[in-house]
Design a protein around this ligand. Structure first.
Ligand SMILES: [Zn+2]
Length: 64
């Protein structure tokens, strides 16, 4: 299942690699045991309120 989310401001559909690049803070993942990708994604995902739309630069307005 591919996660994605829709910008409420411009309708931009962010998914796949771009979704991960914008939602996951990899700096949080340097220490600790090895997790599956899904667990890692859940643990390191930023709150939606902090995610900026790459298209319209609106912040924190997403539908998932
Ligand atoms: Zn947008």
């Amino acid at each position: 299942m591919i996660k994605h989310m829709l910008c409420n401001n411009c309708g931009y559909d962010m998914c796949g690699a771009e979704y991960i690049a914008n939602t996951v803070d990899s700096s949080l993942a340097k220490e600790g045991p090895i997790y599956s990708n899904n667990v890692l994604l859940e643990m390191n995902t930023r709150p939606y309120s902090e995610i900026i739309c790459p298209h319209c630069k609106n912040t924190g307005s997403w539908t998932t």
